[in-house]
Design a binder for this molecule. Structure first.
Ligand SMILES: [Fe+2]
Length: 243
């Protein structure tokens, strides 16, 4: 079984289209979206449509998805993110608002679980940045693998049977018995790890292999749309920095 996992598209249609083309080459069996389809860029409805065309598909909620339909508060967002949320609220069709509002926070599969922020407080949208954060998440993790998103910074962490955690240096891993894994799958539409390329993740259960992949896309086109839509300019220039 080959899973394609993706998240934090953030209404960036150009990035998502390129990632979808990569999916076609990979013979994917199942698609999994870890939330934040909308927010920040200029094509929220189009990105929801393209997501929902993938089949079979599982989607969970991100903070921007719920905030864009009034299901999560927006006070904790910075002013730029807040402006994008308010813009997105006006853009979204009723049908798409209902879709986003109905998304769950967590989903479990055979050997893995998916959540946008953290297992310890999914509705509070905590970020997992440090090994200490990762350890806390492992305390709540019953499955072998937990896939997360939210920080837009991909990583692979492992934990041995004694509870020792470490980051895997490469952006791919062959799963070992007796180890558990916490994997941030990065962001399709607004990477923040210094690499502006769109990011997604493949999990091949037959090979017990997980890989975080990157692909370049037409950043300039996404930037021009953000500016034309009247969204904050910072949201455009940060795309070329990957910050
Ligand atoms: Fe996000």
């Amino acid at each position: 079984m080959k899973y394609a996992l993706f998240a934090d598209i953030h209404s960036n249609l150009e990035a998502f289209q390129v990632v979808r083309e990569e999916f076609k080459k990979e013979k994917i069996d199942e698609y999994i979206c870890l939330g934040d389809i909308v927010g920040y860029a200029a094509n929220p409805n189009e990105c929801i449509k393209l997501t929902r065309e993938l089949n079979p598909l599982t989607v969970i909620a991100g903070n921007h998805d719920w905030a864009s339909v009034g299901k999560a508060g927006i006070n904790y967002f910075n002013p730029i993110a807040k402006e994008a949320i308010l813009w997105t609220q006006k853009e979204l069709t009723e049908k798409n608002k209902n879709f986003l509002g109905d998304l769950p926070l967590i989903k479990e599969f055979d050997d893995f679980v998916i959540v946008h922020g953290s297992l310890y407080s999914p509705e509070k949208w905590h970020y997992i940045f440090t090994l200490q954060d990762a350890k806390r998440n492992f305390d709540y993790q019953k499955k072998k693998i937990c896939f997360i998103a939210h920080s837009h910074q991909p990583f692979i962490n492992s934990q041995d049977r004694e509870g020792n955690c470490e980051g895997v240096k490469e952006m791919k891993v062959s799963l070992k018995d007796d180890y558990r894994y916490l994997i941030n799958i990065g962001s399709v539409g607004q990477p923040r790890d210094g690499n502006p390329d769109a990011c997604y993740c493949l999990y091949d259960t037959a090979k017990s292999a997980i890989e975080i992949k990157r692909i370049s896309y037409e950043i300039k086109k996404a930037q021009d749309k953000i500016i034309s839509a009247g969204l904050p300019q910072e949201l455009a220039w940060r795309l070329s920095l990957g910050r």
